[in-house]
Each structure stands twice: as C-alpha cells, then as structure tokens.
Design a protein around this ligand. Sequence first.
Ligand SMILES: Nc1nc2c(c(=O)[nH]1)N[C@H]1C(S)=C(S)[C@@H](COP(=O)(O)O)O[C@H]1N2
Ligand SMILES: [Mo]
Length: 599
Amino acid sequence: MSLDGRPTPDELPPPAASNINPETLAGFRNELDRRKYDVVDGSWAGSVPAQYGVAPRLRVGRSKWFNLLWLLPIGFVLLIIGIAVAKGMRELPAVTQFMEQYPGTVFPGGAEANAGFPAWVGWQHFFNMLLMIPIIRSGLTIIADHPRFYWTRHSTPGKDWFRVQKPVPADPLWTAKQDSITLPDGVGLPGRRHSIGLARWWHLGVNSLWLLNGIIFYVLVFATGHWLRLVPTSWEVFPNAVSVVIQYLSLDWPTDDAWVAYNSLQVIAYFVTVFVAAPLAFITGLGMSPALSTKFRWISSVFSIQVARSLHFLVLLWFLMFIIMHVTLVVATDALHNFNMMYANRNDADSWVGFWIFAVSLVVMIVLWVAVTPFTYRHPRTVQRIGYALIGPVQRLFEHLDSKPGQYTEKDISPYMWHNGKYPETPEYKELYENNFADYRLRVSGLVENPADLDLFQLRNLPYHEQITQHFCIQGWSGVAKWGGVSMQTIVDVVKPKPEAKWVIFYSFAEGPDSGIYYDAQPIEQMSYRLTMLAYDMNGEALPYGHGAPLRLRNEVQLGFKLVKWIKGIEFVEDFSEIGGGEGGYNNDHEFFGYRQSI
Ligand SMILES: Nc1nc2c(c(=O)[nH]1)N[C@H]1C(S)=C(S)[C@@H](COP(=O)(O)O)O[C@H]1N2
Ligand SMILES: [Mo]
C-alpha cells in the first residue's frame, strides 16, 4: 500500500474477468424515468399526498408537550389583567411622578436637524416588507418539510423541543419524507407537501435581495443622521420605554413626536429588529450550511446546524411578533399621521396622501402574495433559474471545499439516524437480499479502461476506508455515523476512467417515488475527495437494509439526496443531459433540487 493509504497498481484486482455486458448499463438507463418535470400539477410528487400537521407544541421537561394554542386565551387574559393593572398604577402618585419625569421619548442632540422621513426610508421600508413576505412564507415551507426543532445535531425523535407534527411513530423505517407536512398554498410558498426544492429557490434567492436592501439601508442610515432614530444614545430610553408600556397598556397613549424621534419603546424594538434580529437571521442562516459547518468544525461542534436552525426559527418568531405589534400600533395610534410620515414625508394628520400611497403598496403586496404560489406551480423551472442566478455566485464559493476525514469521533455518533427515500421493492432486490447478497455484483462501466464487476467479497478485499461524518438532509435533519467501505478513489484506480469522463452516475435498485429507478450524477473531481466512498458498513456493522444495503454512496460535500442507497451500478459519462430527465439526479429531475447544491 502506498503512503496515502491507497493501493498501488499491482495490489488492485485484475481488470474484470469481463462477464460485464455493455447491455447492462444501457439497461440501467432504460430503467430511468425519462421525464423532466416542468410543472407542478395535481400528479406531482403523487406518492406524498397532502398531510397536515398538528398545532405547534413545545416540549416541557422530558416528555410533556404544551400546545401553544393555549397562549391565545392565556395572552388575552394577561392583556386584560395588564390593562387593569396599568390603569390602576396611573392613579398612584409615584407612578404619575415617574411618567412626568420620563414621558416616553428621548430627543438626542441633532434629532431636530434630521426631522422627517426622506423618500429612501419609505422605499426601503416598502422593499423590506415586499421581500420579507416570500422569505417568511418559503421559510415556513422549509420548516414543514421537517416540522421539528432540536438543540443537538442528532435529530433524535422525542428530543425535539418544538414540533408541528405528531410524535415520531414507532415504525423503525419511518422516513423523513413521511414526516413532512402540507401548508395551505396561501401560507407556504409553495404550500404543497415536500416542495422544499422550490421553497429553497425562493428563500435563498429572495434573501440575497433582502440582504442587499439591508446593506443599502445600513449605509444610508449611517451616512445620514437617520441612525439617531434607531440607536439608543442614552440609558434614559429604558425608563422611558417602561413609561410607554404603561401608557399603551392603560390605553392612554403617549403623545408621540415621531417626526423628530421615536418613542423609547419603538427605539428599542427597531434597534433590536434592525441591528440584532436581521444580522442574526443572516448568521444563523449561514450556520445551517453543511459546507460551512464541515469547514469550521470547531464552531459547528457547539453551534451545530440544528442549533442554527432552531435559532433561525426563534428569529422568525421575533420578526412575526414585531410585524404584528408594529402594524397594530401603526394603525391604532394616529394612523393617517403615521402613513403621512412614512409614505409622504408629511407631518400632519389631515391629508390622506400617505394613506393612498400605503394602500397602493398594500395592493402590490397582496397581488404578489396571491400570485406567487400558482406562478411557482406553473413555472417551477423559471423559479429555479432565477433563484440559481441570484444565489449561484455565493453557492459556487462553497462548492470546492474539501473536508478532512474523521472529523467526528465515536462518541459523536448519533443514537438515531433518520431514514429517507423510497425503499427497494423490486423482485430483483428481494432475491439478492434473501440470499444475503451472495449474488450481488456492483457493475462499474461507461467511459473507463477496465469495466469492473465486483461482488461483495471483492469489494471487502479492497483497501478498507472508514470515516465518521455528518449527514445533512435537505429537509433539515442531520446525524453522525461511522461509515466503512471502499474509497471511491480506489474504484477509480481500478476502472481507470478515460479523459472524456466528467460525471459519475450512481444507479439504485430502488425506484424513486414517481417510477423509474433512483439515480444521481456527481462531478468526477469529487470522486477523489478523501470523504467520498462506497459504504458497506455502518457504525461497525454491515450496512442495514434501511440505510442502503449492500452498498451506498457517501460524498461529504453533498446533501443527503445525492447519496444514492442500494447501489447496483456506476457509470462514467461525459455529461448527464441524456440520462433520466437530464437534470443530474432523480430529485433534480422531479423535485427541482439544484445539482451540486452543496449548501
Ligand atoms: N435509492 C435511493 N437513495 C436515496 C434516497 C432515495 O429515495 N432512494 N433518498 C436520499 C435522501 S433524500 C437521503 S436524506 C438519504 C437518507 O439516507 P439514510 O436513510 O441512510 O439516512 O438517502 C438518499 N439516498
Ligand atoms: Mo434527504
């Protein structure tokens, strides 16, 4: 064996005693579904019919679940009590004195000079909302694809802290796809069950526009004096904010002078939203990137993708709460005046100009709200193309990350690994399985010098490769396992691809959900990565049926859906446009996932 652990040429098995029949691979190709989906109609993803979740539940203690719908009556009662208490308090001399001392608004020096709302504030405010609607809605669809949140990367059933789905059933082969839920089309973007492929194009694509809008906002806010409105400049804002809360609750509202400065409660809420929640949304979003988390292992061991996903969700809850309170108060407190300031740069409550501009902007938002889901179903490939154009440049940055083997240790291995995909049910597979895979042959061919036909004994006799790595499913769950098998580089050394070979196709015994066998195309460079392997062992035992027996792919720069299980053949090709639907993989053809979507 050579120093890097790879076999030297004379250690490799001789070129296949070619009982390999060129027809076999042609046969694999014929078993593929040649359709490429260009529309999401009634029959799309027909094998996952609609299934709705349950009301949101929060875990309390080990196994008690609190239904969050209870917060509605509880919140209502607390509000009534709060109003009564606040009204009572305002009778007390000490409170009256406090309110006189802290009337609610702090006017920083220079505020007068910056009074008013320049047009860019109005536009920014409008674009921000316009972009946040599809971001939030597609985010909900992403959550619905794995409607549970965890604090560790293990995604163990019962250890979720929040769910919108029943407890995980006892079925040991329950899949993450079975666990996904439907959202109404007017809520999710799109709402259809397991439409995460399309939701991701919306979420990531529109996010890049939202970030751009945010950067422009930061620049303008600090280039002008506008930041004085949003950043607390003295400790006085805290007692003043308390005073505002008492005034709101006692239904005797503060006399605002928002033309010059926001009241202190607004300052705090806006500051947190603009300078804490928005950057946190970005950071926790990046924290969910598998590519980054394998690259920055030291951060990701604590700040795992599940922690990032949970925090990202909490940021969403902050935004939702903020939007509800903000809109309620804007409308409930001197609405015409508020609309005039934000939309027409006027400091009066007599004209309707601001209201009408607001109304037009509202119509634009509503029309888009209603149109985007049907548009997505009719033109999914357009959504994909635009989404890719928007995030492509950033995504490509992460594509060439190679990561070091063995980044996790035995003690990091997950107690539970979710299953996913459609299990093999063909008689061909069943027969092999019942015979303990004695008749199994891995057929490797295509643009190679030495087509090979390897049984499990031969595979086990090739140099052994082992790695403990983390699996990332696009749906949101993750888990660590130890994989044992053969490095793909060894297979490459055995079969010797020709220079024209650029892509490697993995064929499965199992069908995909819409007929045709499951397959995936991967770039040939990635076959030489240290963490690309064919696994026949998992956690020290033979690879179980559910996880891909007898052989599955591991390529740690790819998401789970690219890691074909129950492999029967590997073909080296020049390009994949003639294979299956031509998009580079079953889920790329059928579910609008991006190829090489490594983040
Ligand atoms: N043949 C086949 N392989 C497949 C799938 C499938 O549906 N069919 N699903 C993929 C998906 S989406 C994931 S997340 C992983 C899940 O692997 P696991 O079940 O071993 O956790 O398998 C991948 N490999
Ligand atoms: Mo997946």
